[in-house]
Design a binder for this molecule. Structure first.
Ligand code: SF4
Length: 574
């Protein structure tokens, strides 16, 4: 095998290079595997005593999707793992029931297509697990922890009319492969994210995953069209974001081969012991950056034991947008899908149950009824065209309009201070207030992707949004520690991927907008874009304006800073 990298460049003994947190987590994993905490969870539940839980076991609980929620006083967040986001009506109904029974009636769709509930007590977990494993036939291994996280996918995989390759079962198969591997994957240096899809807009964001396959179509020398996958590795956001790099290979749509490649990329990651020196640098992206994509491809072929087919023309997913198939559209079988925009991913347990009822009432295929999306939305599949309007009417009665303001489709938020121990600012309520204000004030026909993140960790993917918000604290009106946001604009993926730029002042300091004024800053950005493009359309031959990201990336920083700086007289009206 090709050698490993070394992050410690000084001559100190290796342990001294490790951060305290890294030492701690590595020791916890060495002492007992995360997967081995199953019996302990049940033992603690029988005791019904939160204070009896060993501190190290809190860390291991994550391997089954159980996290202490803020303020670590007896309650947990439970992340229900949904490979590819694919659900049936009975499964979603049961998840809604679980949210009502144990989660105070709230369920949040996440950016990895999971559904999270909060307020779970340790004594509730066995019944919750029993429902997930035995009633739903789903599983929780690797929902969190230093392991392969949920495999994400296009929500219409296997169903959408112009899919490059039919990859309906692939995300589930990859997730199952990781689960069956068990301890082969349960002690990675850090989290490991996988995605696969083949829709033409690459809605599943392959470039921000540790490993992803994206659909490609190419012409053979004999003129025939050939369809398969490209492969990219080393993507991730957070404070040092990198897009995944294409390994410039063509992968035929052979599920066994695909699983083997995902498996071996995970093995390469697992085997880089130097990545375990510091949690902040423990992601595959740092290794890929260090050795380069070509050397990584060589190493992957070593691990696989065979050569992949090289194709220098496959440099990344060709075409990308922020769309995640929300709205009404046609499937390959002639039936419709109905994508419901969910305001910042939050639903009540009752809404989840009602959505399941509607999926059952209108859906024509009990095997494929519902899908979550990475934009925190929900799609109902296989709806008869002549019944689509009735379904939309029933959804509207549930306060889930399909034809909502375009911003609702693409506004996402992370958990924030309500439940997250790392959060700096509140996000879910703020996102709702931003949305309600803009829906009322700013008519729009095209969506703009807005992301609200409660800290620099990129759970809401603010670096790839049209408008990304990163929470921080600052002094406002003489009061210290007031919630503010840094603002980024112009993130995008696809053939010309770019991370959003922080809006900065002339002295290159990031602008901080008070949270209570952030809706005004966003309004001013969107209105400036709309005005510029309306003017350009008036004089343009083809009448087509720029996307928000294209517009934002063409603006001087001074103009952007002026737009998000709210004048005192306007601020006084709030
Ligand atoms: Fe928590 Fe930060 Fe992630 Fe938001 S981005 S969920 S605040 S860690």
């Amino acid at each position: 095998m090709i050698g490993t990298r070394t992050l410690c460049t000084n001559l100190q003994p290796r342990a001294s290079c490790m951060t305290n947190k890294s030492v701690q987590v590595e020791e916890i994993k060495r002492a007992k595997d995360g997967l081995d905490v199953w019996e302990d969870i049940h033992r603690y539940a029988a005791l019904g005593d939160y204070s009896a839980i060993e501190p190290d076991d809190f860390e291991r609980f994550k391997w089954y999707g159980i996290y202490r929620q803020k303020p670590k006083d007896g309650y947990f967040m439970c992340r229900i793992k949904i490979p590819g986001g694919a659900l049936t009506a009975p499964r979603l109904r049961e998840i809604g029931t679980i949210c009502n029974l144990y989660g105070r009636g709230i369920g949040d769709v996440t950016t990895r297509q999971d559904i999270q509930l909060h307020w779970v007590r340790i004594q509730d977990v066995p019944d919750l697990f029993d429902r997930i494993y035995n009633k739903l036939g789903m599983y929780q291994e690797f929902s969190c922890g230093d392991a392969p996280r949920n495999t994400t996918a296009c929500p219409l995989a296997g169903e959408i009319a112009d899919e490059i390759v039919d990859c309906g079962p692939f995300a589930q198969a990859i997730a199952d492969m990781y689960r069956q591997g068990g301890k082969e994957f349960s002690n990675l240096p850090r989290k490991f994210k996988s995605a696969i899809g083949a829709c033409r807009i690459h809605c599943y964001a392959p470039q921000i995953n540790d490993v992803a396959m994206f659909g490609v179509e190419r012409k053979r020398p004999d003129g025939q069209t050939e369809r398969g996958f490209g492969l990219c590795v080393g993507g991730s956001l957070r404070d040092t974001p990198f897009f995944a790099q294409s390994l410039r290979v063509f992968v035929p749509p052979d599920l066994e081969l695909i699983k083997d490649i995902f498996r071996k990329v995970a093995h390469i990651f697992r085997d880089q012991s130097s990545l375990r020196q510091g949690r902040l640098k423990a992601r595959l992206k740092f290794y890929v950056q260090e050795i380069g994509w070509a050397a990584f491809r060589d190493q992957l072929e070593d691990y696989l034991g065979y050569k992949l087919e090289h194709d220098d023309s496959i440099v990344g997913p060709d075409g990308a947008g922020n769309d995640d198939h929300v709205g009404v559209g046609r499937l390959r079988n002639g039936l419709n899908y109905v994508g419901i925009p969910i305001a910042r991913g939050r639903l009540t347990g009752d809404q989840l149950i009602r959505i399941a009822d509607l999926a059952e009432k209108y859906g024509q295929d009990p095997r494929r009824q519902i899908n979550t999306t990475i934009k925190q939305n929900i799609i109902l599949l296989n709806i008869r065209p002549d019944q689509t309007a009735d379904l939309c009417k029933e959804l509207e009665d549930l306060e889930l309009p399909v034809n909502a303001h375009p911003l609702r489709q693409q506004l996402i938020s992370c958990t924030g201070t309500q439940f997250c121990n790392l959060a700096i600012v509140e996000t879910k309520d703020r996102a709702k207030r931003i949305l309600e204000y803009l829906e009322q004030k700013v008519p729009m026909t095209e969506p703009v992707f807005i992301s609200v993140s409660g800290c620099p960790n990129s759970c809401a993917q603010y670096q790839i949004a049209d408008i990304g918000l990163q929470g921080t604290l600052f002094t406002y009106k003489g009061v210290k520690g007031v919630e503010h946001y840094h603002v980024l604009v112009g993130g995008r993926m696809g053939v010309r991927p770019e991370f959003g730029r922080f809006i900065c002042t002339e002295d290159t300091k990031k602008v901080k907008v008070p949270a209570e004024l952030i809706h005004l800053a966003i309004e001013r950005l969107i209105r400036a874009w709309q005005a510029d493009e309306a003017e350009a359309r008036g004089s343009s031959a083809n009448g087509k304006g720029r996307s928000f990201a294209d517009w934002a990336n063409a603006q001087d920083m001074s103009r952007l800073a002026e737009l998000v700086t709210i004048p005192d007289d306007l601020a006084a009206t709030q």
